[in-house]
Design a protein around this ligand. Sequence first.
Ligand SMILES: NC(=O)c1ccc[n+]([C@@H]2O[C@H](COP(=O)([O-])OP(=O)(O)OC[C@H]3O[C@@H](n4cnc5c(N)ncnc54)[C@H](O)[C@@H]3O)[C@@H](O)[C@H]2O)c1
Length: 431
Amino acid sequence: MKIWTRREFLSTTALAAQSKPPLTRPVRVGLIGIGSRGTGLLRTTLKFPVEVPAVCDINETAQTRAAALVEKALGKRPEVYGQGVDDWKRMLQRDDLDAVINAGPWELHSPMSVATMRAGKYAATEVPAAASVEQCWDMVNASEETGMPCMILENVCYFRNALLVLNMIRKGLFGELTHCEGGYQHDVRTAFVSRGGERGPAGTITWRGMHAVRNNGNLYPTHPLGPIAWWLDINRGDRFTHLVSMSSKSRGMNKFVEKNFGKDNPNATRKYALGDVNTTLIRTENGATVTLYHDTCSPRPYDLILRVQGTEGIYMGTLDKFYFDGRSPKKEAWEDPEKYYAEYEHPLWRDLSPSAMGQGHGGADYIEIHQFLQAVKNRTQTPIDVYDTAVWSSIYPLTVKSVAAGSAPVEVPDFTRGKYKTRKPVEIHGA
Ligand SMILES: NC(=O)c1ccc[n+]([C@@H]2O[C@H](COP(=O)([O-])OP(=O)(O)OC[C@H]3O[C@@H](n4cnc5c(N)ncnc54)[C@H](O)[C@@H]3O)[C@@H](O)[C@H]2O)c1
């Protein structure tokens, strides 16, 4: 992946970049929200030459676990914050943090990232980075005003197949792209209803489940949309213009609670806004379309789809197979991917996979944290920047708006304010 030079950073984002030289010491990272995902991110972060002076969580078990992990890895116990829901603000006042990763509830991601940037630190945030369009603009404005980057930790961008396809698109194998399809198709009802432990008493709705109670749309668009946006050069030559979204009826949550916690549990009969399967169509200015699925409350195996269709060929992620007109040996027959991996493996994957293998999400978590920390160390722009962070995340509230309006078309804001026309595509670089 390309590490941006300071000149490129300034010219393509118009940010008042920090005039600081690259760091010659370990990057100092703080973490907020060290629950299930935050603990995974902390473990991954500790694989790199870092210091972790401070961690924050309002849950004591999470605090103790995180402090112990840091102490074991680095020999020094971090200062622990979390005396109340706003204590993270006190942590951001520290002057010994270069970057802060936040992995708490969705609605807190943007306020935490904004405050992180305003405190002069690099922000990394879990997905989705915001729960409203206004929160997306808050991040863009903070990044532009402070010159500090904000990276959504969209690990699917660093999946091996997503990077391979990106490389092959750049080499022209697919011709001109016309359509992509992706989905967050993952039964996550156990994240919506607690099984007991840190997320609350068994059978109660979690913070994440409350989004399903209140909102009907695609609540989790960025996993498939991140790589698709890279493939289509969104914010870098093209942009999403508008979408329409439609949801099925809601059944899965009621079924799940009744089956697991009994029909007398109030959550077995409560009304959930979220339809079981949401389908969204997005159009780009250059005339490509994207179909996006959100299917989190049905019994099903995990599948991100990740299909890309061009004038010369297709990749179908569900099958993990390719077909290219004139190149594939048999007419209209799928090809296995091995020979394409042999020829077009993304250099980032090639360089980092020996260390990444065995790490979270097939190694993608390692690569995404590597990429974030490299940018912090070199004082450069992050490969996923605030405009990507904003537009990918905005799809959640925009689909809710479309569904509520009877699937009416909804415009996608141009968070780059016109700069997408001249911004360069995410480039192919090794580590
Ligand atoms: N990228 C991925 O593959 C992936 C996987 C799982 C989860 N996630 C994302 O990670 C984020 C966290 O999800 P999770 O499953 O770990 O949730 P979780 O509920 O297990 O953890 C959230 C943590 O945030 C803490 N928290 C809540 N409010 C806080 C506050 N005001 N100050 C400090 N800490 C606070 C909670 O105590 C908890 O420990 C979500 O955005 C989720 O969508 C991403």
